[in-house]
Ligand binder design. Structure first.
Ligand code: ASP
Length: 327
């Protein structure tokens, strides 16, 4: 007699983005992101119900440039609560690709479960020719249903590949493979119903982090200041007045002008040095201003996520420096 394998129960948390976008029939650009509900989204994916039992939750329906720390916290709390239910096996978050890496990294640092949590999105709206959303969603649910995806931190599934939340970033404004893993590459691949892992993430994540969002409603303010030739240091001064911490997107290995240096040295808030260069690492010993903090290999927008969480925990400068080595 044929043995029936119980399907996994996967919760899809929808937040909007191009994957839920609607535009002129067939067109790939000029559409409205966050226009289709989670329920409608899953109807577009043939065979999804044979992969898993799906339940949906609409967290918000926005362009991901309008994601806020309040939305992040609500998302993390929803996951932390539902993960306690033994009936729930995993989670998929649908999200716009512009800030997908920031949300994935935030969740990677704040959710408290080993159950698979997978973020996905698409580069083309649901109404485009060859929309990529249905395949990405199918693959994301497949990975979230895989026992092998447990305990690896938050994952991002996009265009056949599985990435770690910490190393993933958006690297093209339009390609279907816009989401990539940079120097760290992918953790694995997904083909139809099969998941293949080749690597595991090294840095601390999920259940082993010290970050707890259960008692906060929003995160402290951190702004990124981008350095370029002749960048006005007044902008940095102004940004610091609006912020609890600053990230510098420096040139090369986190460098900037003497004018920037003189302002940075006077600031009384934590300043993390990152780079406007895609790949590479910022090393503490080589920093131009000794009181600043090295952002390791995090891009500025992800360094901002970690600094906000560190500030929410009232970490001092040496604790923040350590956080940038550990996470
Ligand atoms: N602007 C869109 C968003 O981030 C882009 C996308 O989803 O690809 O919501």
């Amino acid at each position: 007699m044929e043995k029936k394998i119980k399907k996994k129960k996967i919760i899809i948390l929808a937040t909007g983005g191009t994957i839920a976008g609607v535009g002129d029939e067939g067109k790939m650009a000029g559409y409205k992101p966050g226009a289709v509900s989670a329920e409608k989204l899953i109807e577009t994916v043939p065979g999804l119900d044979s992969v898993a039992d799906i339940e949906t939750r609409q967290i918000c329906n926005v362009n991901s440039d309008d994601i806020t720390s309040e939305i992040w916290i609500s998302l993390a709390r929803n996951i932390n609560d539902m993960a306690k239910n033994p009936e729930v096996d995993g989670f998929v978050i649908t999200h716009g690709t512009d800030t997908l890496e920031e949300t994935a990294y935030f969740l990677n640092l704040t959710i408290k479960t080993d159950k698979p949590v997978v973020v996905t999105g698409s580069m083309r709206p649901s109404t485009a020719i060859s929309a990529d959303g249905p395949a990405n969603l199918y693959q994301a649910v497949t990975v979230a249903s895989s026992e092998n995806a447990a305990g690896k931190g938050v994952l991002v599934v996009f265009a056949d590949r599985i990435y770690a939340a910490r190393s993933v970033s958006k690297s093209s404004t339009y390609h279907l493979t816009a989401i990539s893993g940079g120097e760290s590459g992918a953790l694995g691949v997904v083909r139809d119903g099969n998941v293949y892992f080749y690597n595991t993430p090294e840095k601390c994540h999920t259940v082993s982090t010290e970050f707890d969002i259960s008692n906060i409603d929003m995160l402290p303010k951190v702004n990124v200041v981008y350095f370029s030739v002749d960048a006005d240091p007044g902008l940095l001064d102004y940004a610091a007045k609006l912020s609890d911490g600053i990230i510098i997107a420096g040139a090369g290995a986190g460098e900037f002008s003497e004018q920037f240096k003189s302002i940075i040295e006077k600031l009384e808030i934590p300043v993390v040095i990152s780079s406007r260069v895609n790949d590479g690492i910022i090393i503490g010993d080589n920093l131009i201003c000794k009181k600043t903090i090295a952002g390791d290999n995090l891009p500025p927008q992800k360094a901002a996520v970690l600094l906000r969480l560190a500030l929410a925990k009232n970490m001092d400068i040496s604790q923040i420096k350590n956080a940038f080595l550990v996470y």
